[in-house]
Design a protein around this ligand. Sequence first.
Ligand code: BDR
Ligand code: CA
Length: 306
Amino acid sequence: MPRLIIDCDPGHDDAIALILAHRHADVVGITAVSGNAPLAATTANALMVTALLDVDTPVVSGAAKPLVGEPIHAAAVHGETGLGGVDRIAHERSTAGDDAVAFLLDNAEPDIVVVAVGPLTNLALAIDRDPSWGKRIAGISIMGGSTDVGNVTRVAEFNIFADAEAAARVFESGAEITMCGLNLTHQFQTSDPLTERLRQSGTAKATFAAQIFDYLHDRMETLIGRRASAMHDPCAVLAITHPHLLRAEPRAVAVELRGALTRGMTVVDQRVSRRRDQANANVAYGIDAERAWEVVMESLDAREST
Ligand code: BDR
Ligand code: CA
């Protein structure tokens, strides 16, 4: 089993990613960051998922704001709590600390992969404290960026836009990076029939996931007129646990920090190969969505009946 640290900002899709990761990997720890909601909320949500799963995975909180400027959140999609529409699970758990950077540095091992599915502030601070950190781990699987469309601006995706300076440092760190951007995650969509399967299953995990899908569908119906939502963050877990389900290509990726229209864009070198700059990331382009959904649904206790 791969050994993972999940750096996240739960977040509905982050919560599904956490469940999937605990099914298919040894999750050494969860570090929380400000993103979809303020840090206190994303940390509380991560702890609540460990309670749902009844696992002892340590949850460590981290950065409350980006390297530069003020935090942005995604209440329009995830609600003020980051997990809108989901019944809170009562528990007595507390965090294992508030120094996510120290946790990332102390747990750097050659076989550890960091799955980063929120703004990249904690990772950039780890690199600041120890520039060799990115090379002391097996790699970083990022949900962030895009080779085409954005979701905060025309070209910028939320996790990169929310802390573009941090993202630039991570992409420049020399770590083995996999990028699961919107171009990939838009191929991996929820649907009402999947929600129905979760409801039929009826376990605590499946019910929690059904509430997540329902809430996202209601939000998306309002925002884009469609009852479907890209399940972004689990893709970055699948890239490590089920790499055969994704197709990725090595590419040079840089983060735009200045452009009036393009700040926070991941600029991917997609020129014909002879002209391309040296790759610093494996950029995911395709996913076998059908098989990937079966993996995710099984982790949510909704295996397909035969
Ligand atoms: C990313 O932003 C967040 O809203 C989601 O959790 C995901 O990590 C998609 O742009
Ligand atoms: Ca996220």
